[in-house]
Design a protein around this ligand. Structure first.
Ligand code: ASP
Ligand code: MG
Length: 413
């Protein structure tokens, strides 16, 4: 007998019929003798609807829509309350004892950053006792409680993080993430039909994949899985007995190819400051105000200056933050003293990821050669020990990902 955590995403609980199917999967685990905590997302599309309502309600005479983030959380957390209650009702109707648990009841303690709060603790002893007494715990994902009892939410896709944190808090033997795909693929199968499902992926690789654009798991959930060494599996709700991908330690992966997966993100924007003075303090004059404005700067390149007096500096951020980044730069134009500012939101980032890269030389040069053979210009490069990312024109994303997938011999036979 083991205590396990199961998590079901929005498409898995999209209507009562699907909730019944989820309940049957939970029942199966109970009948195997396992103790179960199950974490649910809101019904597919529900959170988007709730978000839109908050914007609508907040619209004022100037057509500005900025809902109070604390009330935003109260509204958007509601979707998971509905599915948690419905799954508990369904399980009870099937003869499986179950009750729902909302974030504050467990409690899932979070930071006060409403809208994208971080989980700080899951002292789940009451819930654990209930589970040990033979009751399935149905947890509303995505939500928690901020200091001072206000409802918080964990950022979009946050119920993955709820699931892994609950598994860690309960000391569960594993965390099964049921979703609408049957595992983690070498890249997005919608653009590369020859993408292959990975049986295993190292926590670190998954962390890079998630943060560089693969949408299977929320990045924070992978961080928690890695930190607490929670064996986490990604599998399909609709075909639970085939496939699946296990997140595991690097040592548990025998064959380390140079590249494990390819991720891409279209949510990128680029800003170039032309001819800024080449003197100490200039980078801090630029990135200080950006940091103060809460902008997450990602890639940065500074060119060598040709004349020793001025240089060009390029950086990227998400498209959603572009307007705020421009405003921060323009407000400080006097201190930065750039001659011109060029912005481009039609860019995308393509990344190759693999722990095998550490041991294989020439991985980056294969990437650059492959892109050049396709006539794709690389605008910015950034690397870490287990990844290489390039910024390219958005129109070439699919071509680039397909070409790289073949170049690193990831295509399915
Ligand atoms: N329902 C939330 C969202 O759509 C959380 C989740 O599904 O993980 O972002
Ligand atoms: Mg999700």
């Amino acid at each position: 007998m083991a205590l396990i955590t199961m998590k079901f995403g929005g498409t898995s609980v999209a209507d009562i019929e699907r909730i019944r199917h989820v309940a049957s999967l939970v029942k199966r685990e109970v009948e195997r003798g396992n103790q179960v905590a199950v974490v649910v997302s809101a019904m597919a599309g529900e959170t988007n609807k709730l978000v839109a309502w908050t914007n609508d309600a907040a619209r004022n005479a100037n057509n500005l829509a900025l809902p109070d983030q604390r009330e935003y959380d109260v509204v958007v957390a509601a979707g998971e309350q509905v599915t948690a209650g419905l799954l508990a009702i369904t399980l009870n109707a099937m003869g499986i004892k179950a009750r729902s648990w909302l974030g504050w009841q467990i409690p899932i303690q979070t930071s006060a950053v409403h809208g994208s709060a971080r989980i700080e603790g899951v002292p789940a002893s009451d819930m654990k006792t209930a589970i040990e007494n033979g009751e399935v715990a149905v947890v509303a994902g995505f939500q928690g409680v901020a200091p001072g009892t206000r409802i918080s939410t964990l950022g979009r896709g946050g119920s993955d993080t709820s699931a892994v944190a609950v598994a860690a808090g309960l000391g569960a033997a594993r965390c099964d993430i049921y979703t609408d795909v049957d595992g983690v693929y070498t890249t997005d199968p919608r653009i590369v039909p020859k993408a292959r499902r990975l049986d295993k992926i190292a926590y670190e690789e998954m962390l890079e994949m998630a943060s560089l654009g693969a949408k299977v798991l929320q990045t924070r959930s992978v961080e928690i899985a890695m930190l607490h060494r929670v064996p986490t599996r990604v599998l399909s709700t609709f075909t639970p007995d085939v496939g699946g991908t296990l997140l595991c330690d690097e040592e548990d992966i025998v064959e380390k190819k140079p590249v494990t997966g390819i991720a891409y993100s279209r949510d990128e924007a680029k800003i170039t400051l032309v001819r800024v003075p080449d003197r100490p303090g200039i980078a801090s004059a630029i990135f200080g105000p950006l940091a103060d404005a809460g902008i997450n700067v990602d890639m940065i390149v500074q060119n060598v200056s040709e004349d020793g007096a001025t240089t060009d500096l390029t950086f990227t951020c998400t498209r959603g933050e572009l307007a705020r980044a421009l405003a921060a730069i323009q407000t400080h134009a006097k201190d930065i003293k750039y001659q011109d500012l060029i912005q481009d939101a039609a860019v995308a980032k393509v990344s190759i990821i693999g722990i095998g890269m550490r041991a294989h030389p020439g991985v980056a040069s294969t990437m650059f050669r492959t892109l050049s053979e396709k006539g794709i210009n690389i605008q910015v490069i950034s690397t870490s020990e287990i990844k290489v990312s390039v910024l390219i024109a958005e129109e070439y994303v699919e071509l680039a990902v397909r070409a790289l997938h073949s170049a690193y011999e990831l295509d399915a036979a």
